[in-house]
Structures are given as C-alpha cells and as structure tokens.
Write a protein that binds this ligand. Structure first.
Ligand SMILES: Cc1ncc(COP(=O)(O)O)c(C=O)c1O
Length: 390
C-alpha cells in the first residue's frame, strides 16, 4: 500500500539537501559560535552565511534576522515583547494558538484586546481593523496564511493601516514560508515569524524578522546572543538547515514547483468535490476566488464524522488533518471554521489536505481513488446520517 502524506501544514520532512547541509554541524563542526577559537569560528561562519541567506529570504538586513526556536517563540516574542497593560492590541479570531493564547493571557494582564472575526470566506476585512484602532493601539498581529484553510490575508492593506496609525504590525507568516514570495519591505511589517519545519527544514528552529528600531523586548534573558534579542546558545545545525530549506524554497517559487503544486491541489480538490454533499471552506468570496497558498484545500463532507474519515484514510495510507482539535481531552470543532460561520457538525466533518512540494500525480491519483470509497462507506455507517448526532 502506498503512503501518501498530505499534512504538510502540520510539518514537512527534511529535503535530502537540508540534511546534507546540517550534517557536519553535529560532530566535526560542533563549535559554539560565541567561542573565539577555530571550532567556534567555523560555527560562527556557518551562522553568518545562514543569516545572509535568511536576509535574502525576507528581503531585509542581516541585523534584522533573529534566530529562535520556531513559530511559537516568534509569535510570543512579538506579543509579550511589545504589549504592556493599558495598551490595546488587535488580532483576529482565526490566528494559531501561538498568537491566541498569549493574547488571552495578555488580556487577563490588562492589555485591551480586540479579536476581529473573518468573513465567511475566511478573509479578514481590513476596514474592520481600521475601525478597531484606538489611541492606545500598540500592535496589530495578523497571519499571512491560515494553517487550516490556506487563505491569504490582505496584509499589505493592513500594514498601510498600521503605518498610518503609527501602530506596530506583526505577521505570523509560518504557513506562508516557502509558499509565497516574502518581502518584508513590501509587506510593511515590523515583525514577521517563520518556522523551519513547515518548509522542509528541521523542527525547533525558526526566525523572527525584527525591523530595525522596533522596541521588542526579549523573552529569554541571558547572554548577549542575537544582539540581545534572544539569549541562548545558537542551534547551529538547525540554523544551517533552515537556511538551506529557505534557499530551496526561493528556487521552488521561481522554477514552477509551486505552480505544479497548485495544479495538483486543484485537481485533487475538483476530484474530491465530485463526491456528493461536499464543498470547500475558504475558496470563494461571493463569486470571486479567495487567494490561497498553493498547497492547501479544506473540504467539508456532509453526513459523516471528520475524525472517522481521517482514521479511515490513515488505514489506507493517507495522512490528512480533520477540522477538530483535541483540547484537554475533548474534541472541539476548529475555531477557524466556526469563526467562518460553519456549524459544529460541518466543521467537524471538514478535512484539510495540505500537499508537500514533492507531491506527485500518483499521490493525487491514489487519494482520488480512496477518498470517495471511504466517504461512501462511512456515510453508510454514520450516526450523523442515522440522525443520532447533532
Ligand atoms: C500559523 C502558525 N503559527 C504558528 C505555528 C507554530 O509554529 P511552531 O510549530 O514552529 O512552534 C504554527 C504551527 O502549526 C502555525 O501553523
């Protein structure tokens, strides 16, 4: 049985070139970049080169790249590093928990917080952000691409609103990395977080772009690493791997790879939609298509339990994610899909297909062979159909 992984928004495997680039930095070149001897200098040079690559990836100065442990840390740094009691903060109700949970905690600590709701399309209306601005608004944080639907938010419009109001702007760009060409100058943000493992780099490493002069306080206090933006010995193999992944991602955006991924995603989506009582979450705004990253489609299936379908597909060798998340032991429907106006049953019966950039035609063929059968089979058994589940 083939194994087809369509959960790239959860994580991605290393590309072989990434593993090769990292390999020397575990053993032969194990030095601490802060040491002045040869071992340290070898590591230091590798980090410098990686910083140079990341500055090209973001289109920023090298001094504006802060290496860290990933998206959660970048998001936490932006919020905790800038917001103080009495400040006002604007974000959206469809952010990742790496933004939502710090926002809730900060609200308990006296930061006034506004959560903007999305439209049914999954898009945030930038005029609602404009309306939410108050004299004490200090920070706006909006994601570039939603992890569940792939919908791309109008960040350049939001940046303009932030700039006109003199407000800092952070972008959680974790799900955009490698899927959208980055340019922090064009985006107009002060802070932007990414994570290597979403773009075929290693887990537990990421980068935060910090525009020069942004007064963000460090979360971690200790040594003077990263120009005092982030204390802690640098994860040299991870940083080298992330830079290699970023370099490959820049190529993939130019050489047609991501266009191929978009075509395969569209073929997959069209094929799945041939099944009765299905639809896409976050594809249309009236009769206009919604901008989405190339690799993601989120599809609802009426009259079945999404989790049962995730398990049935896994047993057939296909990895996808459902529209529910496990919170303290209970399965809750996705906050993103609920915010877009889906009812609980439909949110629970939604699946996210997120394709790797190495996806093949054969992968899509296999999924299109298995999904309709699995859907039909589950509907025959489903308590939703039998009317015993609300
Ligand atoms: C949109 C978004 N932000 C932040 C994160 C957290 O990133 P990390 O896994 O690197 O902590 C994720 C991970 O799923 C994400 O999808």
């Amino acid at each position: 049985m083939p194994r087809v992984y369509m959960d790239a928004n959860a994580t991605t495997p290393l590309l072989p070139e990434v593993l090769e680039a990292m390999r020397p930095y575990w053993m032969e070149r194990f030095g601490n970049p802060s040491s002045i001897h040869l071992n340290g200098q070898q590591a230091h040079t590798a980090v410098d080169q990686a910083r140079q690559t990341m500055s090209e990836f973001f289109n920023c100065h090298e001094a504006e790249v802060v290496f860290n442990s990933g998206g959660t840390e970048g998001d936490n740094t932006a919020l905790f590093g800038l917001l103080r009691p009495g400040d006002h903060f604007i974000t959206t109700s469809i952010e990742h928990s790496a933004v939502l949970q710090p926002a809730r905690l900060l609200a308990e600590r006296g930061v006034e917080t506004t959560f903007i709701e999305p439209q049914p399309s999954g898009l945030i209306d930038s005029s609602e952000i404009l309306r939410a601005i108050r004299p004490n608004t200090r920070l706006i944080s909006v994601m570039l691409a939603n992890n569940e639907t792939g919908v791309l938010q109008p960040i350049e419009q939001i940046a303009k609103i932030a700039a006109d109001a003199g407000v800092f702007f952070h972008i959680d760009a974790v799900q955009g990395a490698g899927k959208v060409k980055f340019d922090v100058r064009r985006f107009g943000c002060h802070l932007l977080s990414i994570s290597a493992h979403k773009m075929h780099g290693p887990k537990g490493v990421g980068a935060l772009f910090v525009r020069r002069g942004t007064p963000v306080e460090s979360l971690l206090i200790g040594g003077s690493h990263e120009r005092r933006h982030r204390a802690g010995t640098l994860n040299v193999p991870g940083i080298v791997g992330m830079a290699k992944a970023a370099e490959l991602a820049m190529h993939s955006l130019e050489d047609g790879t991501m266009d191929r991924v978009a075509r395969l995603r569209d073929r997959l989506q069209a094929g799945v939609l041939l099944s009765f009582a299905t639809g896409v979450n976050g594809a249309w705004d009236g009769d206009r298509p919604v901008p989405r990253v190339a690799n993601t489609t989120n599809i609802w299936f009426d009259q079945l339990e999404g989790e049962a379908l995730v398990i049935a597909l896994d047993l057939k060798g296909i990895a996808v994610s459902g529209g529910s998340a496990c919170h303290s032991g209970a399965t809750e429907p996705s906050h993103v899909l609920m915010a877009m106006g889906l009812d609980k049953t439909r949110a629970r019966a939604s699946l996210r297909f997120s394709l790797l950039k190495t996806v093949t035609e054969a992968d899509v063929d296999y999924v299109l062979q298995v999904v309709p059968e699995a859907v039909e089979h589950l509907r025959e058994l489903s308590p939703v159909v039998a009317g015993t589940l609300g």
